[in-house]
Design a protein around this ligand. Structure first.
Ligand code: 13P
Length: 335
């Protein structure tokens, strides 16, 4: 079995990044509704088959794919297991293992992620199916009274418990604390996001250490430091890149092999430009790449539009975004 560090290194290999295709049923239903489609098992299979059979994108730019439980055990229309399709492209299958973020008791708008009960048994099952890595997302809300210290600590603690269980099962934990940019009310400044992201990362690494997590066998999946989506002032690409890099350098230990960002509601091009600008500055101890959901899939989803005859152009759209983000992971993307 490959070591945790070897899997983590492979996921952040130069020019490659992760496709997040782990939308829960409610989330994928929302994405489908945005193009006027009802979600059902067959359509979800078709859509993911379109992505996983995008040979150009998958072999050249994608190192790993985050799947849902449904997809990890699902097969393409001709009966080929999705896991086989990914293996043919030398892509590491990953699995989202959290059960979603739920309202935090006694709090105004904050959420705590559930899914620790029975996780040891589930991880053993996913490992037997070939999952090389996993994802757990903790959500940090910014509003007038949030985040509270209690919420940051609770989410960081859950992330650390998840991460240590993953490593016990031989699975690389992708640790995802997301400070929301597109939450409510979403009018916070980039400075506020930087402060909250710093406090969150500091707390997460404190908990990871307490839980005995091997930092060389994990990946971090953070938000970029951004203003809220309804903020009056929109920071420049340079400011986002500088502040994000600064925050990571201050709070993320060099032992972590890689950082793979979520896109978090940025436009496709913003997510690419920000990543490229950070890598252009360079001088960081970790590989910096993408683990995007929406910013890789938006155009492909609309082009597919629920029809198998649109597979080829949808795959081209996906490959284009994957290629742009591959360039960004090398600091070489230009508008
Ligand atoms: P977005 O890139 O669409 O934010 O999704 C990434 C992800 O995996 C969120 O958990």
């Amino acid at each position: 079995m490959a070591s945790l560090n070897a899997i983590a290194q492979k996921l952040v290999a130069p020019g490659k990044g992760i496709l997040a295709a782990d939308e829960s049923e409610p989330t994928i239903a929302k994405r489908f509704a945005s193009i006027g489609l009802d979600s059902n098992l067959e359509l979800r299979r078709d859509y993911r088959e379109m992505l996983f059979r995008a040979t150009d994108a998958m072999t050249n730019y994608i190192s790993g794919v985050i799947l849902t439980e449904e997809t990890l055990e699902q097969s393409a229309m001709d009966g080929t297991p999705f896991r086989t399709l990914l293996a043919e492209a030398d892509v590491v299958p990953g699995i989202k293992v959290d059960r979603g973020a739920f309202p935090m008791p006694g709090s105004d708008g904050e959420k705590i992620t559930e899914g620790l009960d029975g996780l040891r048994q589930r991880l053993a099952h996913y490992a037997s199916l070939g999952a090389g890595f996993a994802k757990w997302r903790g959500v940090i809300t910014i509003n007038e009274t949030a985040p509270t210290r209690n919420n940051i600590r609770a989410n960081a603690h859950a992330l650390a418990r998840y991460a240590s269980l993953c490593q016990e099962a031989g699975i690389v934990p992708v640790v995802e604390p997301e400070v929301l940019a597109d939450g409510e009310p979403g009018d916070h400044s980039i400075q506020r996001c930087q402060d909250v992201t710093g406090e969150t990362l500091e707390t997460v690494f404190k908990e990871l250490r307490l839980a005995g997590v091997d930092l060389s066998g994990m990946l971090l999946k953070p938000n970029m430091v951004l203003a809220g989506h309804r903020a009056g002032d929109k920071p420049s690409v340079d400011e986002v890149a500088r502040k994000t890099r600064e925050t990571l350098l201050q709070f993320v230990p060099a032992a972590v092999p890689g950082i793979a960002f979520l896109s978090g509601g940025q436009t496709d091009e913003e997510a690419t430009a920000h990543l490229s600008a950070m890598n252009e500055i360079g001088n960081m101890p970790w590989h910096l790449t993408f683990s995007y959901g929406r910013a890789l899939q938006n155009v492909a989803l609309r082009t597919w539009n629920g029809k198998r005859e649109n597979f080829a152009p949808a795959q081209e759209a996906f490959a284009h975004r994957a290629r742009m983000n591959s360039l960004a992971s090398l600091g070489q993307w230009r508008r």
